[in-house]
Design a protein. Structure first.
Length: 405
């Protein structure tokens, strides 16, 4: 079969959606399919960095479309970068021969609309892999006013993408319910969570010590938030807890990743890679992810109260892979509370759940974890079986290969 994959990020970019799509593309190519990807030339979190226009990687043909590189300093800059990439992507994809299937993700928002139209025009099967659900997410985050002309237009585009899809791939049951509420038949929705990078991410004792030495974390209790920093994952409660614990010299907060909130934290606190109670470190490449995640004594997962079913806390799978204790800040119930509180293979995992705004509860939880110094939980085979790549990725490949309109 001939597959066309559309997403703004792809190998070698470190953005999570690009990493997942890269693994899907490589697996499809290894199974003998002809795979083409139309992605962006610019790195997602560093638009000044550009990749080559064309290359072949692991049997996958990569075509990179141009765009402006204005960055994320203002909404209009982000919109310009998204818009110019979409226009360039559509132009490149329209000139390609017909593909049997088109797979679109959600970076930038509603690239699925372009994929749905292309699939309809070429009479191809269309798969909508919903990594985050827009424009609902943008409205919930306050980026878009509900009922505005732009919101109504984007909602129509979203519903068109959903209706055209041969299958819609949702990441959890909460997202499935949001999609079904748009009138999409349940039998066309497949729930498949992202998988852990179990081939690359595991507890790394040597990497832990190396990372901690490199960033002055030796002898510290390290609280880490690793991943995308955005209003979708509001960090105010965690940041205020960090300020209140500034007098505890052995407690250090590491914000690892990128995004608008990462830059805000860096600017507001003057945090850098040197000394201090708060450190801001850039995205770590996949090869170094085991070391950075293993370096933490407590990993933090955050979800905005309005974001349940709109985004998915995929960072939890790699955290489970390194056996780290978890502090969850967000709504309950959620995918996180269902995983950590109900799955039998995770009974005994050290974790705590706190709501946004409960700063004192966050402080107490962190101090309790520090005092108890919980042993790193050893992930058992059940965890690997439930969330591992070799469980979930083959199921996704089967959907792409066999789903009928």
């Amino acid at each position: 079969m001939k597959f066309l994959l559309l997403n703004q990020t792809f190998y070698p970019d470190v953005m999570a959606t690009g990493q997942y799509l890269s693994e899907v593309a490589a697996r499809l190519a290894a199974r003998g399919h002809e795979v083409t990807v139309v992605t962006s030339r610019r790195a997602y979190d560093d638009p000044s960095r550009q990749f080559v226009r064309r290359e072949t990687w692991r049997g996958v043909r990569i075509l990179r479309a141009g765009s402006t590189g204005l960055g994320k300093g203002a909404k209009w800059r982000r919109a310009a970068d998204f818009g110019t990439y979409l226009a360039s992507c559509c132009a490149r994809a329209a000139l390609l021969p017909r593909h049997d299937a088109v797979v679109a993700l959600t970076t930038p928002p509603l690239i699925s609309f372009a994929g749905a139209w292309l699939a309809r025009w070429r009479r191809s099967r269309f798969f909508y892999w919903v990594m985050d659900f827009n424009p609902d997410e943008a409205i919930a985050a306050g980026w878009l006013r509900a009922g505005s002309p732009a919101a109504r237009l984007l909602e129509r585009m979203s519903r068109f993408s959903l209706r055209q899809a041969t299958r819609v791939i949702a990441l959890d049951r909460f997202m499935r319910d949001r999609i079904a509420a748009k009138g999409i038949p349940p039998e066309r929705i497949v729930v498949l969570p992202p998988w852990s990078h179990d081939g690359e991410v595991r507890y790394d004792a040597a990497g832990r010590e190396r990372f901690r030495r490199a960033h002055g974390l030796e002898g510290k209790f390290v609280v880490m938030y690793s991943g995308n920093h955005s209003p979708v994952h509001p960090l105010d409660t965690l940041l205020e807890a960090a300020r209140r614990l500034a007098g505890q010299p052995d407690v250090v907060f590491c914000f690892v990743g990128g995004g608008s909130e990462w830059r805000r934290i860096q600017q507001e606190t003057g945090a850098g890679a040197g000394t201090g109670a708060i450190r801001c470190l850039p995205y770590q490449p996949l090869a170094e992810l085991s070391a950075s995640l293993s370096a933490a004594d407590l990993q933090v997962v955050v979800m905005g109260d309005a974001m349940r079913g709109l985004v998915h806390p995929c960072k939890i799978y790699n955290i489970l892979g390194v056996g780290a204790p978890v502090l969850y800040i967000g709504p309950s119930p959620s995918h996180i509370t269902e995983i950590l509180g109900a799955r039998p293979e995770l009974q005994g995992w050290p974790w705590a759940s706190v709501r946004h705004g409960q700063v004192e509860e966050v402080v107490r939880a962190i101090l309790r974890f520090r005092q108890e110094a919980p042993a790193r939980f050893e992930p058992g085979p059940g965890v690997c079986a439930a969330f591992g790549r070799e469980t979930i990725l083959p199921r996704l490949i089967e959907v792409l290969e066999t789903a009928k309109p």
